[in-house]
Ligand binder design. Structure first.
Ligand code: NDP
Length: 241
């Protein structure tokens, strides 16, 4: 079975790609620019005996996504992508008074419009096969709002709402749609944050790891999670407020 992980080349996406390969999926690793990280992830998966392919495209660009997926489908005409993890994302933090229009727009495009661009072309094959698993990587910011993140909070909040709506649309076709909302996770995205200060506010007194997020995603796509849909599960070391 095939699983597509957007932004699967590094960070949280890489950990998810590796775990899905470990449990037997052929993982389609998407990325937009960091080819080197994608090659590294592919090597890691192949070295442990797993299967994967690279499928670069910009999740913001509907036409590019659609072309890449239909090319893939042409080559794999007897297969379909049963698992989709919408993970690709960016931050462009600033207080709203200083935020440039482009930073608002790009964050919405990458974190929310991507949901439409990538999910839509994969839905019909999932519906036809009466099986699918979709996991959207949201954020604590989308649940509570964080200052400096009006763009990111709006995108992730929208993603959580879209998760709930789509879950109801496709539940009878045995397709589950869930979101996970990480707090602070150590990755390139949080590299410029001061972990020593921020961790004081986290009840567990540490950032999470990419593996911990991957564990949750792996559970949500598993048979054990077959009756969970339309849910957003937090993974944040107790940091809810
Ligand atoms: P990273 O910055 O480490 O990685 C971002 C990933 O997204 C890269 O694989 C990147 O590809 C990909 N990407 C960015 N823009 C595009 C695009 N236009 N098209 C395709 N791929 C794209 O982030 P994390 O691993 O930390 O984050 C992964 C997800 O988790 C994101 O959605 C993020 O918002 C969310 N999240 C992260 C948290 C954290 O604390 N780290 C907390 C809450 C949520 P490339 O390498 O080619 O640029």
């Amino acid at each position: 079975m095939y699983a597509l992980v957007t932004g699967g080349n590094r960070g949280i996406g890489r950990a998810i790609s590796i775990q899905l390969a470990q449990i037997g999926y052929t993982v389609i690793i998407n990325y937009v620019s960091n080819e080197e990280a994608a090659q590294e992830t592919m090597t890691q998966i192949r070295n442990m005996g797993g299967n994967c392919e690279l499928l670069p495209f910009d999740v913001c660009n509907y036409q590019a996504v659609s072309n890449a997926i239909s090319q893939w489908q042409k080559i794999h005409y007897e297969e379909y992508i049963a698992v989709l993890v919408n993970n690709a994302g960016i931050r462009r933090d600033n207080l709203l008074v200083w935020m440039e229009e482009n930073d608002f727009e790009q964050v919405l495009r990458t974190n929310l419009f991507s949901f439409y661009n990538v999910t839509r072309p994969l839905l019909i094959p999932m519906i036809r096969h009466k099986y699918g698993r979709i996991v959207n990587i949201a954020s604590l910011s989308g649940l509570t709002g964080l200052p400096g993140q009006c763009n990111y909070a709006a995108a992730k909040g929208g993603l959580i709402a879209a998760t709930k709506a789509l879950a109801k649309e496709v539940a009878k076709k045995c397709i589950t749609v869930n979101a996970v909302a990480p707090g602070f996770i150590a990755s390139d995205m949080t590299d410029n944050l001061n972990e020593d200060i921020l961790k004081q506010a986290i009840p567990m007194k540490r950032f999470g790891t990419v593996q911990e997020v991957a564990n949750l995603v792996t559970f949500l796509i598993s048979e054990q999670a077959s009756y969970i849909t339309g849910e957003c599960i937090s993974i944040n070391g107790g940091l809810y407020a």
